[in-house]
Design a protein. Sequence first.
Length: 329
Amino acid sequence: MSTKFNRRHFIAAGTAAAAAPFLLRGASAQGAWPSRQIRMVCSYPAGGQTDLLARGFGDYISRQVGKTVVVENKAGASGSIGAQEVARAEPDGHTILCSISTTFVMNRVMMKNPGYDMDKDLALVSIIPGAGLLLVASTKSGIKTFDDFVAFARKSGKMNFGTYSAGSSPHITINELNKQYGLNIEPIHYRGEAPMWTGIADGTLDVAMGSYTAAQSVLQSNAGVVFAVHSKKVDAIPNVKTLPELGATSKFFTVSGFSGWAVPKATPQPIVDRLSELCVAANNDPKVKEILATFVLEPAIGFKESNALYQRELPVWIEAGQALGLPPA
């Protein structure tokens, strides 16, 4: 057999391999992935940020792999219902969880038994680092700066500060500010951002903290004033300083939280890697770009970077969550 013949067949074989569907390298089953419809379980309600991310990225993945990605909303118990379902699913890459850091991190602090163990039952695939969260005061309060905020809290003796759920980033922020400045801010927990911002608009709340996009309802109507952002600058309001820039010293003000995707822990690594690659590639899709821009979010990052961020932020979230002193539900 001639060298020329061998080389020609070697090149042809390589070309065929590149064009073939992704295979389960190292997996017990040697079929192609995906072999059927993919379920993406979104552990929060339809219409919200997490749901839109699931649908945007799911649509992109579907077009790339040639199989339908069906988004199913399994909301409830701070995302634990959806997480439980994915944790118990077959680890073959056909069931994916889309959720947020409350589900991935805080439920282990807030719940005695969330029904899943993030470290033992699930594997992060790709995450979107959290955006800067705004601290907004009702215009009725007269607060315009962070110093005004601290002075108001001290003078009033009790400030009503809205959060979008117990154990959330705003809830922890209140606790950390109380400790550093000797305040008595009281968290008022809502079921989501929409009713919380209504509290700012009608003057029920003195202050609330949440996303840039959702806060527009009160900012554009001049019902609220932004006086700080949590840990990250927001490009649309670059002159508003972060809490650390304003003198807040808690380690919690260095983390941002995240949204992202996970699969059952035993899912073969080649499938995890492929899903991660697809999530990162989706950043360039026009539909996904629009969703990220709407919520002022950073692009999705890969498997290694995602898990490094998770491990870096995990102990800070746990320590701050435990400091709330709440008995697990």
